[in-house]
Design a protein around this ligand. Structure first.
Ligand SMILES: [Zn+2]
Length: 458
């Protein structure tokens, strides 16, 4: 029995929000499709893959990466013909992965591989991080960063194709449940997972509990009903606000994943926590119950969690339906999600909460003495650090809203979602003009808030 059905069938979801011109996701560049099967075993740490990747980006048809702990048995094209490759000796390395170079570019790449990893059943590993293929004795955690599946690799830009559509069969010895990012979790030790949306492919298999409501999936931890309800109702509220604002139903629901890290003993001793979000997965080393506790406590504790969850849920739009590229990548991905989270915070927790949050962002900008790249002069070389992505970018969007009004700003955000990523300022302005923002207002915003990388509008 599968307790975690696909949560919002498209037909039902469509009824929740008025139809708009945005029903179809925006046009996207070719996205890889990963198919095949992977076997793993929780007790032994062994992993075996027989996986093909097709629809590769042109620039990435000549190489691929795979976790350094995995051994390539053979590489073939889509028809089973062997493909020669380099990487046996003196291989190139990209972080936690080895780089393999094909003798000739292949449109479809099939890789058979096998490897085994240390099992830290006592949680006493020297380290843990997102790039490890992590076996902790009762679970396996392979994130997209760990390259547990072959990923096409552009050797010029050194960029991995870490997001993929997939159709994968997974067998996991010792697992009670299996979860692949972007698909409903299943109870059982094997299953077939499919996603037509490109996703960062994260696998988690474990022997712990699993809870599914219409709004949330909670993996590897049992929570009392009151806490599950607190999470569910917050997620529901955020989904409603986002769906209404963007005019496209938020079809994903978050999966909260409790991790017991490989070095959990040390973390517990230090009282340190670690987490990451790979939409729709929100993973944390501490208890998911802490999130629910904060929501139930109310006040600023709750506000922070609401804003955080709303930010992550914003990545359904900016990151999943629209996958940003180019010089505005970080702003389109993170500042947009942040802007949406502030909208949700205002509706759910009130004006005071939203204003407090905005004031915090502004004060972080006021404090920096690092010059901010001017938003109207950004190119591929611009260094948009965390402060820019999560602080300055959202403040710029808010100042634009002040200039043009809420209705036009909403139209602008919807158009940003529907349009291919702007490649320069003129294209960004084109998107604004298309949504009825007047050229004078745009120019006034540029001159008073944007030009020269101002820290505040003048
Ligand atoms: Zn984010």
């Amino acid at each position: 029995m599968n307790p975690c059905k696909a949560l919002l069938p498209a037909v039902v979801a469509a009824l929740l929000v008025p139809a708009t011109s945005l029903a179809a996701p925006p046009a996207q560049a070719a996205t890889p499709l990963t198919t095949g099967s992977v076997r793993l075993d929780i007790a032994s740490g062994r992993v075996e893959g027989d996986v093909c990747v097709s629809n590769l980006p042109d620039a990435s048809k000549g190489s691929f990466v795979l976790n350094a702990g995995l051994n390539v048995a053979r590489v073939t094209d889509g028809d089973g013909k062997p493909v020669g490759f380099d990487g046996w000796y003196d291989p190139g390395v990209d972080g936690e992965a080895r780089i393999y170079t094909l003798a000739e570019p292949a449109a479809t790449l099939c890789v058979q591989y096998v490897g085994a990893f240390p099992v830290y059943a006592r949680h006493d590993a020297p380290t843990d991080f997102k790039g490890l293929m992590a076996f902790n004795g009762d679970s396996a955690r392979f994130t997209e960063q760990s390259a547990w599946l072959p990923q096409a690799f552009d050797s010029k830009t050194r960029v991995r194709s870490s997001e993929s559509r997939y159709d994968l069969q997974v067998h996991c010895g010792g697992c009670r449940f299996l979860y692949l990012n972007g698909s409903p979790a299943i109870e059982g030790a094997q299953g077939r997972f499919r996603s037509d949306n490109p996703r960062p492919v994260l696998l988690f298999g474990g022997s712990g509990p699993i809870t599914c409501t219409a709004q949330v999936t909670i993996l590897n931890e049992t929570l009392p009903t009151a806490k599950v309800d607190a999470l569910s109702s917050t997620v529901q509220k955020i989904a409603d606000v986002h769906s209404r604002y963007i005019g496209v139903p938020l079809a994903d629901r978050p999966t909260f994943l409790r991790m017991v890290t490989l070095n959990q003993i040390e973390r517990d001793r230090e009282g340190s926590e670690w987490g990451f979000a790979t939409w729709p997965t929100i993973a944390m080393s501490g208890s998911i119950g802490n999130v629910a506790d904060s929501l139930l406590a109310g006040g600023e504790k709750a506000e922070r969690r609401v804003q955080y969850i709303a930010h992550e849920m914003g990545h359904y739009y900016f990151g999943t339906l629209n996958r940003p590229q180019g010089p505005y990548f970080w702003v389109l991905l993170e500042s947009s999600a942040e802007f949406l989270s502030i909208k949700a915070l205002r509706e759910i927790s009130g004006d005071a909460a939203a204003d407090r949050y905005i004031a915090r962002l502004q004060s972080a900008i006021d404090k920096t003495d690092k010059p901010l790249p001017a938003f109207d002069a950004i190119d591929d070389n611009s260094d948009l650090g965390e402060l820019y992505r999560y602080g300055y970018g959202p403040l710029l969007l808010l100042s634009l809203e002040k200039q043009v009004g809420e209705a036009k700003m909403q139209a602008f955000m919807r158009e940003l979602l529907a349009a291919p990523s702007p490649k320069n300022w003129a294209e960004l302005q084109g998107i604004a003009m298309k949504t009825g923002i007047d050229a004078k207002a745009w120019e006034h915003w540029r001159a008073s808030c944007v030009a020269g990388g101002r820290q505040r509008c003048q």
